[in-house]
Write a protein that binds this ligand. Structure first.
Ligand code: PLP
Length: 376
């Protein structure tokens, strides 16, 4: 049976991986500065992660959400400690889109309203409401387009105010660092005004931290660079280091009711074991400190390369902007220099999303290759 052909593929077949390296079937070693789309947080095959998953699957891999699962509470407590987000409650699911889907649904339940404000170049996933609030007409089917969504420009606070004052908006959803769109960030003033406007208009403020969360920005959440208090925070990617797990942190002013949200797979024993081991490693190996150190190092070198016209993003969610489209450069980096990097909706942007334990020597390897590839 052929596979449904929805992904343009690079001709590389990884078969194993360790740390920041991925190996193909011919044992060619690739430096992974893409982390499988910002998913690999603590590095491929981290021994503590492998041990935790192996032990858990041997004991109990899965049972439904109809029984007691103390691992969920352990995971919630650990997220609270590492993120410093006190008092939120956790609902677990299995992906980023599902996290946003549940966030939007909760906002609508809570406010009994249904319109959503989202932003230009934003990406929130491919399911029903999550794709409807994504700014990409090509991936919105007619069934999704029925949702009531208004897409505004980042930083246009007056437009947000006008829309919120109409009284029918259940949620504003925003990425504090845009991922797929190309690493744009609104100003601190915009984010902080947005938070206040939501609070005064009975609109929930959803921080989509699916990509920027879990230490990738240098803080646990990217919104923590600002004075804001989101009502709901969605998380996924780095949470499981490759194991499918997502979730939302919910402010306690949103009251839970039985049946309001639910899932078969979300929060299963194996996912929680993976998630807990990721947080333990982030803490033990001080990976958020490493993010800041390596980010500064990366930016310092990037500034010396004349072809780099702009450096975007924060932490280890970085982009190098050129004055040409980077698809050929990415191919060269993969096939000739054996380095994975990412692209973005902004075709002139090379995205760098390495595991959070990447070291200076890997950044040196990348820049040596980049300079050589640019000279070719
Ligand atoms: C900010 C953001 N939100 C949501 C998603 C969707 O996550 P998933 O692909 O796990 O459904 C993504 C995926 O790239 C993302 O970057």
């Amino acid at each position: 049976m052929p596979l449904f052909n929805v992904y343009p593929l690079y001709n590389v077949t990884p078969v194993s991986a360790e740390g920041v390296y991925v190996y193909d079937q011919n044992n060619i070693k690739y430096l992974d500065l893409y982390g499988g789309h910002a998913v690999i947080s603590i590095g491929h095959g981290h021994p503590k992660y492998v041990e935790a998953i192996t032990n858990q699957v041997a004991k109990l891999g899965f049972y439904s959400n109809a029984i007691q699962n103390p691992l969920q509470k352990q995971l919630a407590d650990k997220i609270e400690i590492l993120s410093g987000c006190k008092d939120y409650e956790l609902f677990l699911c299995s992906s980023g889109a599902e996290a946003n889907e549940n966030a939007l649904k909760l906002a609508s339940f809570k406010t009994q309203k249904s319109r959503v404000i989202a932003f230009k170049n934003g990406f929130h996933g491919r399911t029903s409401a999550a794709v409807a609030v994504t700014d990409n007409k090509n991936i919105i089917a007619p069934i999704n387009a029925q949702q009531k969504v208004t897409i505004l420009d980042l930083n246009d606070i007056e437009a947000v105010k006008t829309e919120l004052e109409k009284g029918d908006v259940c949620a504003v959803i925003v990425e504090f660092i845009q991922g797929v769109g190309g690493l744009d960030q609104a100003t601190a003033d915009f984010f902080e005004q947005l938070d206040l406007l939501c609070k005064s208009n009975n609109t929930l403020f959803i921080a989509d931290e699916v990509q920027s969360g879990y230490g990738r920005s240098g803080k646990f959440f990217a919104f923590q660079y600002y004075k804001v208090t989101p009502d709901i925070i969605s998380i996924a990617k780095g949470m499981g280091n490759g194991f499918p797990i997502g979730g939302i942190l919910i402010h306690p002013h949103i009251e839970a009711k039985f049946g309001m949200l639910g899932t078969t797979f979300g929060g299963n024993h194996l996912a929680c074991a993976a998630g807990l081991s990721v947080l333990n490693v982030i803490e033990e190996e001080k990976l958020m400190d490493n993010v800041k150190t390596i980010s500064d190092y990366f930016i310092k070198i990037a500034k010396t390369i004349p072809q780099v016209k702009n450096i975007k993003g924060r932490g280890l969610m970085l982009g190098l902007e050129f004055d040409f489209e980077v698809s050929d450069l990415r191919k060269k980096l993969i096939y000739e220099y054996h380095i994975f990097t990412g692209g973005a909706a902004n075709k002139k942007l090379l995205r760098i999303l390495p595991p959070l334990n990447v070291k200076k020597e890997h950044i040196d390897q990348f820049f040596e290759a980049l300079i050589a590839a640019l000279e070719e």
